[in-house]
Structure formats: structure tokens, C-alpha cells
Design a protein around this ligand. Structure first.
Ligand code: SF4
Length: 512
């Protein structure tokens, strides 16, 4: 007798009404689900994707579940999505309590206890690709014992446990993973974009970052390791991609200069013609400008770079490990090779009018092509979070979209939001330059969405307290902090399962 296929639905999270910016810049394909899908045998499972960043109908999740009747629903989550994911998990369970619900993604890796929720069965921590196939096989056989799986926390009568094993072994060979399975994109293929590039494909060539900036938690899920795929693997994968634009979503593509050279040369040898965007630190570019020279021949057109500030003292406080002089030199090198610079900057909550003006003049004087300015946010898992935890005035994760001040601002919040909004206007490149770059039609199409964004930022002081005031119908959930014990485990139960609290999987003192 043939067993029917096990049905999996992967879901990406939509935006909350107060989230301001993300989809203005880009929406990239959910590569984490493509990797998970590649681990599974399609003769055994059916995989569907609901991308709520593109399908924003409030009824999309329930309609999809009603139509597909999945056995397993997987969610992914950044910090700002925690409440939304938990509410959608509740919707799934209300519809059919027998559907298995799992949550993974960045926030689940950083603070898994935030998902210790009766409507969630499993939390995937770290890059738990290797365990995922086993988890699915066991769910399919209705075996709930996953105590031997690394990076998987399971619920038992409302309490969560894990075996404390790290999801990514120290010597993990990323090339042993199959190529990501992009067939799961289905109807969404061709709809992903970055600013005026569309369609855009995305892939990762490395995991983690060797740096330790005080405001950043991107290196944490990998326990501080910087792991890479080989040039051969990347070239093989690029050959399967038909989109003209490619984003490497690595945290720091030039993190290993020798490898970045090897990848560039391998792409040239394979004669793959695409346009590329990726992220790099400024100091890596300054150390080896020939990287940019090579990659401009390969097709590098845009580079995201964390410039962060106009001042060395601010960069020092951020433990950025670079200086304004480094940043200026990197800008010169990129401009020399006609690579557009998407400069990432951070507005401090202690900013007064003078600092707003200083940052504005810096960005304008350096002619940063695409300024991307966020508000300093002490994200869970960062040094800044540890330092500022007691001062937080907004703990609801929904506010953690890098556009809202969750710490007290030195200025009145209304003035802060006005100055922040005005700065976004002032740092834009002159219209004629933008028209030359993207064409008149695209420029005109872009104007309304930019003005909507500007007005939303300008008036975003109204958001504070909005969630608490019940400004939307979604009930809010408590922020469950990262401290040990918060997931509700007790010593007796731990002993019974031979398990540890899920927070132990991510030790606080990861060596740098
Ligand atoms: S260089 Fe970028 S990715 Fe790396 S720790 Fe700093 S901010 Fe994070």
C-alpha cells in the first residue's frame, strides 16, 4: 500500500501596520525554505509556499490551509514578527489542532523561548538543516520523540526542551548540502526585487560574520563561526538561475578575501553574465581594493556597506572596528569602479538636532547613492541589548523593525521623528541623477511610494503606544526575555527528559 504524501506549508511573515520600511527596499526569495526543501524527498512530501510579503490578503493563511490541508506548517521569524507568528500559529491550531506547527528563522535561533507557546510544537534553532529531514520523517510517522535531534526544541505538555546540541557542527561542510530547491517558489518566482531590479534571485555563499559589532546579532545563530560554500558549488548553483540579477545575502561576502577572489574568477571562467549585489564591510575593501576591481568585471553593480556614522567616536562605541577614514576610502574605491553604494547608517536615540545635521551633511558630501538609515535598536543577542536592557521602554518585539526608538530619545519623540523623516528627504540624490540611473518612468513610479514612506516616518511618533492602545485587532503577547528559565521548564521535567532549557543551546559567552 502506498503512503500518501506528507504535506508541508512554508509561510513567510507579513508586515504589521506599524512596520515602516522593509518592502520599500527589497523582498528576496525565502532561501531558508529552499534549503529545507532540498533536504526532502519529493516522492514523500508535497511542499507549498505562502509568501505573505507578496500575498498580503488578511485571509491568505486560512484560505491556503483550507485549500491545501497541510500536515505541517513552518513559520520563519525576525524579531519584529514574533507576535505575528504566534498569532498565526494560533490560527492554524484553531483550524485544525492536528497540524504540526514549527517555527525557525533568525529570532527563533536567538531567543527560542519567545516561541514557547502552546500553539507551537517545535522550534528550530540555528541552522538546523540537518535535523529537519529527520523531524519531517518522524512527524510523518507520528513519532513525536525528537530528543536526539540537534537544534530542535520540542513541546511536551506546554513546556519546551532540547538536547542542547548545536545545530551546526564545528566542521560542517556546507558543500555537502544539496543545491537549494527553488521550485518551491512556484507562482512567486519572478516577483522578488531589490529597488528597481526585478526579477532578483538570492543565495547565500557564506554563513555568519567574523566581526562583532555591538548592535548586531547576525553572527549569533551560527555561534560565531564563519562558514563558506566553495566557489565550485556557487558556480554550479548560479548556472541554474535564470534571473538577470543576483543578491548574495551573506552577512559579509568579502569576509574571506581569498575565497571572494576565487569565486569571482570562477564565475568569469564559467562566463556567467549577471548583475550582483552583496554586503561587505568597508575595511575588507580598503585592505584589498583589487576585490572590487575584479568583482566589477564579474558584474558587481551595488554594494551594501555598513558605514553607520559620521564620527569615529560613534564607530568606536559601536565596536565597528573601522573608522571614518576607512569608510571614505572604501567609498572612493567603489565609486572608481562605478559600483553603487547602499550605505547603511544608524541614528542614535541620543541624537539632537546637531547630530542629525552632521549625519545628513556626511551622507550628502560623500554622495552615497542609496542611503539606508535606521534607528539604533538594541536587538536581543547583542552587546547593546545587554547594556541597555533595563532602559528599554518598548519591549514588544513588533517595534523592533529598526525604524522605531525602543529606548528613550533625548529629544521629544515627535521632534525626533520629524528630524529623522526630514533627513531621509535631504539625503536623497538629486532627481536628475536618479533619473539618469533608473530612467524617467521608474523614477516617476517610485515617487508616490517614497513620499508615503517619508510621511509615515515623519508621523511615526503616533505609533508609540499604538499597539498597547489596541490600535489594531491583533492581541499583543508578552515579550518573553532571553534569561534562562523563561520557557517554563522545571528541573524535574528536565531530568526526566535528560534535556536542558532551550536557551542553553545559545550560550551567552560565544568566543569572538
Ligand atoms: S560587520 Fe555587519 S554583519 Fe558583521 S557583525 Fe558588524 S554589522 Fe554584523
Amino acid at each position: 500500500m502506498t503512503q500518501s504524501k506528507y504535506k508541508i506549508l512554508f509561510v513567510t511573515q507579513h508586515y504589521h501596520p506599524i512596520h515602516l520600511a522593509d518592502d520599500r527596499i527589497y523582498i528576496v526569495e525565502p532561501i531558508q525554505y529552499e534549503v529545507l526543501a532540498s533536504m526532502l524527498d519529493r516522492d514523500e512530501v508535497d511542499i507549498s509556499l505562502l509568501d505573505q510579503r507578496l500575498d498580503r490578503r488578511p485571509s491568505a493563511l486560512l484560505e491556503t490551509i483550507r485549500r491545501l490541508r497541510p500536515n505541517f506548517v513552518g513559520f520563519t521569524s525576525w524579531t519584529m514578527h514574533v507576535d505575528l507568528v504566534r498569532m498565526q500559529a494560533a490560527l492554524v491550531k484553531q483550524f485544525d489542532p492536528s497540524i504540526i506547527v514549527a517555527v525557525g528563522g533568525h529570532h527563533a535561533s536567538l531567543s527560542p523561548s519567545d516561541f514557547s507557546d502552546p500553539n507551537i510544537d517545535y522550534v528550530m534553532m540555528g541552522e538546523a538543516y540537518l535535523s529537519f529531514r529527520d523531524l519531517i520523517l518522524r512527524c510523518r510517522e507520528s513519532q513525536r520523540n525528537v530528543a536526539d535531534l540537534a537544534g530542535v526544541a520540542w513541546q511536551d505538555n506546554g513546556k519546551f526542551f532540547s538536547n542542547g546540541k548545536a545545530a551546526v557542527p564545528k566542521s560542517f561542510d556546507l558543500d555537502s548540502l544539496p543545491l537549494p530547491d527553488r521550485s518551491i517558489l512556484g507562482k512567486y518566482k519572478g516577483k522578488y526585487y531589490h529597488l528597481w531590479w526585478k526579477p532578483v534571485a538570492a543565495l547565500r555563499t557564506s554563513m555568519g560574520c567574523p566581526a562583532r559589532c555591538s548592535f548586531c546579532n547576525l553572527w549569533r545563530p551560527n555561534l560565531g563561526k564563519y562558514l563558506t560554500w566553495s566557489p565550485e558549488y556557487i558556480v554550479e548553483y548560479l548556472k541554474t538561475i535564470d534571473e538577470p540579477y543576483v543578491i548574495f545575502t551573506d552577512d559579509h561576502f568579502f569576509g574571506d578575501g581569498r575565497r571572494a577572489h576565487a569565486i569571482g574568477e570562477a564565475i568569469l571562467r564559467a562566463d556567467i553574465k549577471k548583475e550582483y549585489l552583496f554586503y561587505s564591510r568597508a575595511d575588507a575593501i580598503v585592505r584589498d581594493p583589487s576585490l572590487v576591481a575584479l568583482w566589477s568585471r564579474v558584474g558587481l553593480k551595488r554594494l551594501r556597506m555598513g558605514l553607520e556614522s559620521y564620527s569615529d567616536s560613534e564607530l568606536g562605541a559601536m565596536e565597528k572596528g573601522s573608522s571614518v577614514a576607512h569608510n571614505d576610502r572604501a567609498i572612493e574605491i567603489l565609486k572608481k569602479h562605478q559600483v553603487l553604494i547602499e550605505g547603511l547608517f544608524i541614528v542614535g536615540v541620543d541624537y539632537k538636532r546637531e547630530q542629525f545635521e552632521n549625519l545628513t551633511s556626511y551622507i550628502r558630501s560623500r554622495k552615497v547613492d542609496i542611503p539606508n538609515i535606521t534607528v539604533a535598536t538594541p536587538m536581543p543577542g547583542t552587546t547593546d541589548y545587554t547594556k541597555n536592557e533595563d532602559a528599554l521602554i518598548y519591549r514588544n518585539p513588533t517595534y523592533y523593525d529598526f525604524q522605531h526608538a525602543v529606548l528613550p530619545t533625548r529629544l521629544d519623540i515627535k521632534e525626533f521623528c520629524h528630524l529623522y523623516g526630514k533627513m531621509l528627504l535631504k539625503v536623497q540624490r538629486p532627481p536628475l541623477e536618479q533619473i539618469r540611473r533608473i530612467g524617467l518612468w521608474k523614477f516617476i513610479c517610485n515617487v508616490p511610494s517614497f513620499w508615503i514612506y517619508f510621511l509615515r516616518v515623519y508621523t511615526s511618533y503616533k505609533h508609540y503606544g499604538y499597539v498597547e492602545r489596541g490600535g489594531i485587532e491583533l492581541p499583543t503577547l508578552p515579550w518573553i526575555d532571553m534569561r534562562r528559565g523563561s520557557c517554563g521548564g522545571d528541573a524535574a521535567a528536565d531530568k526526566k527528559h535528560g534535556s536542558v532549557d532551550i536557551d542553553e543551546v545559545l550560550p551567552a559567552g560565544v568566543p569572538s
